[in-house]
Design a protein around this ligand. Structure first.
Ligand code: GUN
Length: 312
């Protein structure tokens, strides 16, 4: 974190690039969300409620879930924790989802992924009431997004789009290259950028001439999960880089010590790009802020209350 604070103190410039401060953007967004929550409580006597389901004891998932719960409470929402043993049976998990679907205090349901192998993730996700699916992973919400209808938009791509819209008045006609084709990031990111009239290329580990394709991007979204795979010679001068990767790599100074890096070689890329998100402090904080935003959205829709416009 000290490293990134250092970049910001230098006037948001690293090499040639502006460093996109996702941490600060997310903080502003969370305070707008807290205002919307207060309004819902005072004017409508409604407290948005988010239920988080965590199965097993994967350390990374535990950290994410702890942060989610903390920030949900800080925004003034009700947070319902469901921590379950790794050997829970699929039908027991389905029964819990059915309970949460029927619970009027719960407006958003998030099942932390990945789930243990013996559980069919698709079955669990599609058992969530689509109107409470604040992750936007339910097949109905995927369909709504790709057809341009009102649904729930997955949090990480939504956060990336907010950062991009903050950079550009207009995204029309820009060539956006997304490296990674996951259901959580790559595919919904492509749908969102297509809606903004970008020309979208989805690239992945089997793409031929991957580096050349990335070199043609005005906007490069890196979501491959490979530490620092994208170097300066992958980047078109003046491009905007959104790094979704969060990879733990060993520190040079000693065994057992780790640091977080993205999928982009940050300092090399910053010599070529016009703007770049750091890791940490870029996309990561936007994901949870967008989860809270989606929970306010689902609460308003469930209660038939006008949705506040929440922007940073
Ligand atoms: N695991 C990694 N990212 C996510 C996410 O955005 N939502 C859920 N539910 N699980 C995840």
């Amino acid at each position: 974190m000290a490293l990134i604070d250092n970049y910001f103190q230098k006037g948001k410039i690293m090499g040639k690039a502006k460093v996109i401060n996702g941490k600060a953007y997310a903080e502003r967004l969370r305070s707008r969300i807290a205002e919307a929550v207060t309004h819902l409580k005072v004017t409508h006597n409604i407290t948005p409620g988010l239920a988080v389901v965590l199965v097993g004891d994967d350390p990374a998932s535990q950290v994410y879930v702890r942060n989610k719960e903390k920030q949900t409470a800080e925004a003034g929402m009700a947070s319902f924790e469901n921590k379950l043993s790794a050997d829970i049976k699929e039908n027991e998990l389905l029964a819990l989802i059915a309970n949460l679907n029927g619970d009027t205090a719960v407006h958003g349901i998030l099942v932390q992924l990945p789930l243990p192998d013996h559980i069919d993730s698709g079955k669990i996700i599609n058992a969530i009431n689509p109107d409470k699916d604040v992750d936007g992973f339910h097949a109905i919400n995927v369909g709504r997004l790709t057809t341009g209808n009102k649904g729930m938009v997955p949090c990480t791509p939504l956060g990336c789009l907010m950062l991009l819209k903050d950079q550009f008045c207009d995204l029309q006609g820009k060539h956006a290259v997304i490296v990674g084709r996951s259901n959580i990031v790559g595919k919904p990111m492509a749908a969102l950028l297509l809606q903004e009239s970008c020309t979208v290329t989805i690239a992945h580990s089997r793409t031929k001439k991957l580096r050349e394709i990335c070199q043609s991007a005005d906007i490069l979204v890196a979501a491959a999960g490979r530490p620092q795979m994208i170097g300066s010679d992958w980047i078109k001068p003046g491009a905007t880089i959104i790094d979704v990767g969060i990879n733990r790599v060993p520190k040079e100074e000693g065994p057992g010590k780790f640091r977080l890096v993205g999928d982009v070689d940050f300092s090399a890329a910053a010599e070529v790009a016009a703007a770049i998100t750091p890791v940490p402090g870029g996309v990561g904080p936007m994901t949870i802020a967008c989860l809270l935003k989606n929970t306010v959205t689902s609460t308003c829709r469930i209660h038939g209350v006008e949705e506040p416009i929440i922007a940073s």
